[in-house]
Design a protein around this ligand. Structure first.
Ligand code: COA
Length: 160
C-alpha cells in the first residue's frame, strides 16, 4: 500500500507517536498485541497474508520502536472492511484510534473507497462510542457472530 500521508507524527500527552504503513518488520509485534487483546486472535499467518495483499490498508502506531497500536482493513472495489484495531492500554484515550481511522478514511478515499464497514461486539461500548464519534452508524445485527461466546455483532457503516 502506498500512502503519501505517512509516516505522520502525532503529539500526545505521553509524547510523540508516529503512524506508518505496517510491514513484515511489524507482524510479530502486531500479532502479539492481537493475542494479548482478543480471545480469538488472528494468526501470524493471517497478518502475513494481509501485509502481502496489495488491496489491504494496514497501519501501525509506534512510540520510538515500540508498537502502541494497529489497524487492519481491506478494500474491495468501493467498499472498505475494517478487520481489527487495537491500542495498548497505556496509550488509550489519547486520540490514537481516532487518528488511525482518519488516516484510513483519507487513504480509502484516495483509492476510490466510498463506504467503510465493520463488525463490533455489542458489549464493546468503548469501540462503539469511538465508531459513532467518527461517523459510523448502525446498519444491523449479526446474531451469534462471535463463536467464542455466541455474542452478536453490530454491523456499522460510514459513508465517505
Ligand atoms: C476501542 C479502542 C481501539 C479505542 O482506542 P483509543 O485510542 O483509546 O480511542 P481514542 O482515544 O481515539 O478515542 C476516541 C473517542 O472514542 C470514544 N472512546 C474511546 N474509548 C472509550 C471508552 N473507554 N469509553 C467511552 N468512549 C470511548 C470517545 O468518544 C473518544 O473520544 P474522547 O476521548 O474525546 O471522549 C481501544 O479501547 C482498544 O484498543 N480496545 C480494545 C480492542 C478493541 O476493542 N478494538 C476494537 C475491536 S472492533
Amino acid at each position: 500500500m502506498n500512502n503519501t500521508m505517512l509516516p505522520l507524527i502525532f503529539e500526545t500527552p505521553k509524547g510523540d507517536v508516529f503512524f506508518e504503513v505496517m510491514t513484515m518488520a511489524d507482524w510479530v509485534a502486531v500479532q502479539e498485541l492481537e493475542a494479548k487483546t482478543f480471545k480469538s486472535p488472528a494468526s501470524l499467518n493471517l497478518f502475513k497474508k494481509l501485509i502481502e495483499n496489495p488491496d489491504t490498508i494496514n497501519l501501525v502506531t509506534k512510540k520510538g520502536t515500540e508498537l502502541v497500536a494497529y489497524l487492519t482493513a481491506q478494500r474491495v472495489l468501493d467498499e472498505v472492511h475494517i478487520f481489527n484495531m487495537t491500542v495498548v492500554p497505556a496509550y488509550r484515550r489519547l486520540g490514537i484510534a481516532e487518528k488511525l481511522l482518519d488516516i484510513l478514511f483519507r487513504t480509502s478515499q484516495d483509492k476510490g473507497g466510498k463506504e467503510v464497514y465493520l463488525e463490533v461486539r455489542v458489549s464493546n461500548a468503548p469501540a462503539i462510542s469511538l465508531y459513532q464519534k467518527v461517523g459510523f452508524t448502525r446498519l444491523g445485527i449479526r446474531k451469534g457472530y462471535y463463536h467464542d461466546n455466541n455474542e452478536d455483532a453490530m454491523v456499522m457503516v460510514k459513508y465517505l
